[in-house]
Design a protein. Sequence first.
Length: 335
Amino acid sequence: MTSSVLPDPQTLYAALIAPARKPKFSHTEFRDSISACFEAGYRPCQRCRPLDRLRVREPLVSDLMQRLNNDPGHLWSEADLLRLGLDPSTVRRTFNRHFGMTFLDLARLRRTGRGLAALSQGESVIDAQLEAGYESGNGFREAIQRLLGDCPAEYKGRHLLKADWIETPIGSMLAVADLNALHLLEFFDRKALPTELTRLRKITGSSIAFGRLSPIDRIERELGDYFSGSRACFETPLICHGSAFTRAVWDALRAVPPGLCRSYSDIAASLGRPTAMRAVARANGANQIAIVIPCHRIIGADGALIGYGGGLWRKRWLIEHEKRHPLSDEFSGKI
């Protein structure tokens, strides 16, 4: 470069993180998302390994999440962000990129969760409202109805499931658990997630509040080990909501070793129901505990990647990840 003018920060950053040789512009195609690149058949650069960086939180996110955890009852506003020297629009874009919602929305959900917890412990609606930091009773009721679809009085004395986010290299996931076991683990952008949450509330007769329970902490640690290549099986207790046949299919999925794939017909044959391929496919699609119950290991009879609620690009990523980190000796058919 002969010019004394420095490149713009975005160009400089791209040059620093991407040591691989740049392709000619005429050989380049542009897609609007990572998933679109995978769907088009492209793979991440094996030298730059850009997806590995997705597991690292941006400092802005880490700092604000720490502040939120340290003082969960604080009523956050844009004025608070300005006092911290932060641009609210930057915070909004960054949290949308990480969580699919803004920081202020996330803080409001956390406050609402505190109120729900208070209601489940038998406190009055007004006490729960104040615990959640709402001055207006109407505001508290509207927040709960938007979040979970019920009126506050209906939660009084009810046992709560707890939900929280887990970050992974291929996107944020929502985990839902009770005191003893995991009920749901799904990617945030799965279109069926709202329906799954509604079904879970109906089946369990419980509400869902934001918060942490030990099964969520445990599955987060195990997922970290899985993505680092040091774990092949999961030991977090599960509660699987399905018919006897559906649960049998899920057990068969968990018996498929990492790095290997099976077809619907293979699973049907293993259950002694060789003609039940469609029923197996329905049970596979009804799985609400992604990765742990590895429906991503099911492919077409011709070897093609087919249907995955988290997106085919994630399915391909998971299969290739497991092939890169074979741990079949540790797995040994554990379920």
